[in-house]
Design a protein around this ligand. Structure first.
Ligand code: PLP
Length: 380
């Protein structure tokens, strides 16, 4: 027997397994529901732009040849769309990989990293893996960002500040003035990483991308975006980062594997980015359905955080893992939160109208069952 436990670094033992939830196949095997509403990973119910149908893998060199290691065409398309230089763009095998690349490139043991909490666990995990010490800024009681505490924490220089805006899992966000305050409060040598996985959903009133605030500033920063959410390409694994300057980007670039973004992902992302109409359909549907599901949760007397993402975070007033397990029997997959202090919270993605209906009726079946169950106990 090998002694794997001694073989790996101490930091690896500290990491919790990623809470990715059950796959459709696992739910089918366990419960065999008539249909499944997968609302645990914030995927897009409309999928990608129909323009992707014209990509034919077999007929071209997409599969036979290595992809462009520099991703030139895609980086240029992104640069034009965001009005930055293509030399500022780095591509990742999902934006997750970019979080890992940044942490590996920048963090030394015992470095201070500040993040918001509850958080996207990978913001903490990759930092912890490098031996950094992570400090969290908890949301306020109403689930909004505690900007005052955040400012205080980063007034002491940290190597890196990393957070998502809108926040995942919470959905709440830093308004333009709040984001400006946070950027101003961070030491000029602190790397600011803003993960904007849901920026396309949030765009509009009361939201500004950090790209607009940081562009042209002389401090280190990276803004992360993904094609997995509003562009509906989670299965292809592609994300990108906008980096403060070309020199920093090329140093980060050395840390990635040379062919990290596959050829199909690259051509698909170019097509997806060009279809503004499809994006608008996705965002409009998510906004109206989010409102409908939010009203339902509030009617159940469950506190729900305000959200600009395609998901809602609510307190189910009981053990979230049991709640989520109960919903599986109705074919509904949600994500029970597992971070300390939030074990009664559930994150549910906003799906198609049908999927959301399935979620709501499953919740009603579950809660009415609970009521009859507990009254039976009370009676007996
Ligand atoms: C979904 C999500 C990601 C992951 O994006 P990929 O590009 O699929 O790796 C990154 N950050 C946050 C906050 C997310 O919610």
């Amino acid at each position: 027997m090998i002694n794997a436990s001694d073989l790996v670094r101490d930091e690896v033992h500290e990491l919790a397994p990623y809470n990715s939830g059950l796959t459709v196949r696992e739910v089918n095997e366990r419960y065999g529901p008539a249909k499944i509403a997968k609302l645990a990973s914030n995927e897009n119910p409309l999928g990608p732009s129909p323009d992707l149908d014209s990509i034919t893998m077999a007929d071209s060199d997409l599969l036979r040849l290595y992809p462009d290691p520099a991703g030139v065409e895609l980086r240029e398309a992104i640069a034009v769309a965001l009005d930055v230089a293509s030399t500022q763009i780095i591509l990742g095998n999902g934006s997750e990989e970019l979080i890992s690349i940044i942490c590996r490139a920048v963090l030394r043991p015992r470095d201070r990293v500040v993040t918001l909490y509850p958080s996207f666990p990978l913001h903490e995990d990759y930092a912890a893996l490098m031996g950094a010490s992570v400090e969290r800024v908890n949301v306020k009681g109403n689930m909004s960002v505690d900007v005052d505490t955040f400012e205080k924490k980063i007034a002491t220089p940290a190597r890196m500040v990393i957070f998502s805006n809108p926040m995942n899992p919470v959905g709440s966000w830093l308004a333009p003035a709040e984001l400006s305050r946070v950027i101003a409060a961070a030491d000029k040598n602190t790397l600011i990483v803003v993960d904007e996985a849901y920026a396309e959903y949030a765009a509009g009133e009361d939201y500004v991308s950090a790209i607009d605030l940081l562009k042209g500033s002389r401090r280190p920063w990276v803004v992360l975006r993904t094609m997995s959410k509003a562009y509906g390409l989670a299965g292809l694994r592609i994300g990108y980062g906008v980096v403060a300057d070309p020199e920093f980007r090329s140093l980060l670039d050395r840390v990635r594997t040379p062919f990290n973004v596959n050829a199909i992902a690259q051509v698909s992302a170019v097509k997806a980015l060009a279809d503004r109409q499809h994006l608008q359909r996705v965002v409009t549907l998510a906004a109206s359905e989010r409102q409908r599901v939010q009203a339902f949760l509030l009617a159940n007397d469950w506190p729900v955080a305000a959200s600009k993402g395609n998901f809602l975070f609510f307190d189910c007033a009981g053990n979230a893992a049991d709640f989520a397990e109960g919903l599986l029997r109705y074919g509904v997959i949600v994500k029970p939160w597992k971070q300390a202090g939030y074990e009664t919270f559930v994150r549910v993605s906003v799906g198609s109208p049908d999927e959301n209906n399935q979620f709501m009726s499953a919740v009603l079946s579950l809660t009415s069952q609970d009521v009859s169950h507990s009254s039976a106990i009370a009676d007996g």
